[in-house]
Ligand binder design. Structure first.
Ligand code: TXA
Ligand code: MG
Length: 323
């Protein structure tokens, strides 16, 4: 079955909503990355997401809601959750909270956990789609499991053509890295994934997240499961480049690389985050065509969105599973 590309106009959104309500899979743009959407209350549709991604069933999905009120009908917020939601929703923040017994979200969406990850996206297409569907949409990033997340409809097509019903053409995602995930279901708040909402912004709203975050700092590539991986190997913190390398540059680039993708000439982390996944994809494709040995990524400063970029690059450089 070929995948249909739908324009994000009134009729395209209505068609996408209809497909979702029938249990089909539709990819749609969010401000972070494209999501692979399924009706979160339909077990067959949620199972199809895991199948399409080739994702292990124990990895839980994020549920997207139209509003904080809608999200908090399915999960029980505490004070901090309410505060973070007021400050950052709609936007690139995901909260993991205890799921309510009354929630119609199928257990498989949360991989059987008693908690549920919820988010209210800011992208106008995502918001219109959620309003049209009138149910939560479970949506992981719309890539095959372990691969680079998509930030354009064309990326999604490369990953999932023929395995999903439709893609809503929503334009390039402007944040470019996934949402920040904060687990508020335990005794202490914990940051599970750095992302589009920076640690600095979180500190302003909830200063006491700091100690919990320290626990999450990856101890090195060996500690991380391979994820966000291009096909070519990735060398981190490159300050020079060889002629058999494709360079992912940040700021003034050293000479010598066979190929360069500039994340941000001026060293702007917001611009770099928005271009990260497209850059990895383009160097990977072009680099493979030119038979290059690897991608070399220049150092990224460890603040603001730099944390999310470093996290994704470390995972992309982590040892790959066989095959
Ligand atoms: O920006 C984003 O968050 C994108 C867009 C499409 O919204 N979605 C996304 O979903 O990145 P996904 O499935 O690729 O990442 C979900 C993350 C994983 O790290 C998962 O382990 C965590 O959220 N997660 C989901 N539910 C959880 C739960 N109940 N407890 C702990 N972690 C959870
Ligand atoms: Mg993902």
């Amino acid at each position: 079955m070929p995948t249909e590309i739908l324009a994000a106009d009134e009729s395209g959104i209505a068609q996408a909503a209809l497909l979702l309500c029938k249990g089909k899979l539709v990819a749609f743009g969010t401000e972070t990355v494209y999501g692979l959407g399924a009706d979160a209350t339909n077990a067959g549709a949620v199972a199809a997401v895991f199948a399409a991604k080739g994702r292990p069933a124990f990895n839980p999905l994020i549920c997207h809601f139209e509003s904080a009120d809608a999200a908090f009908a399915d999960v029980a917020p505490n004070k901090l959750a309410t505060r973070l939601a007021e400050r950052f929703w709609p936007g690139p923040l995901t909260l993991v909270l205890p799921r309510r017994a009354s929630s119609l979200v199928v257990p498989l969406a949360a991989a059987g956990l008693p908690s549920l990850a919820v988010r209210v996206p800011a992208h106008p297409v995502a918001r219109k789609l959620l309003a049209a569907v009138g149910r939560p949409i479970a949506a992981p990033s719309a890539n095959r499991s372990g691969r680079v997340s998509p930030t354009t409809a064309a990326h999604v097509l490369t990953e999932l053509d023929g395995t999903i019903a439709a893609i809503l053409e929503s334009g390039p995602s402007d944040v470019g890295v996934e949402s920040t995930v904060i687990d508020l279901s335990g005794p202490e708040p914990r940051m599970l994934r750095p992302g589009g909402v920076t640690l600095e912004a979180l500190h302003e709203t909830a200063g006491f997240l700091a100690p919990a975050v320290a626990v999450q700092v990856p101890k090195g590539p060996g500690m991380l499961a391979s994820h966000y991986a291009p096909r070519l190997p990735l060398r981190l913190d490159a300050t020079c480049a060889d002629e058999d390398e494709a360079l992912l540059a940040f700021g003034p680039a050293p000479a010598g690389a066979a190929l360069i993708f500039q994340l941000s000439e001026s060293g702007d982390l917001v611009e770099a985050a928005a271009r990260l996944f497209a850059g990895l994809r383009s160097l990977d494709e072009e680099g493979a065509r030119l038979k290059l040995a690897r991608i070399a990524a220049m150092p990224i400063p460890d603040h603001g969105l730099g944390r999310a970029i470093i996290d994704r690059l470390r995972r992309a450089a982590a040892p790959r599973p066989e095959g």
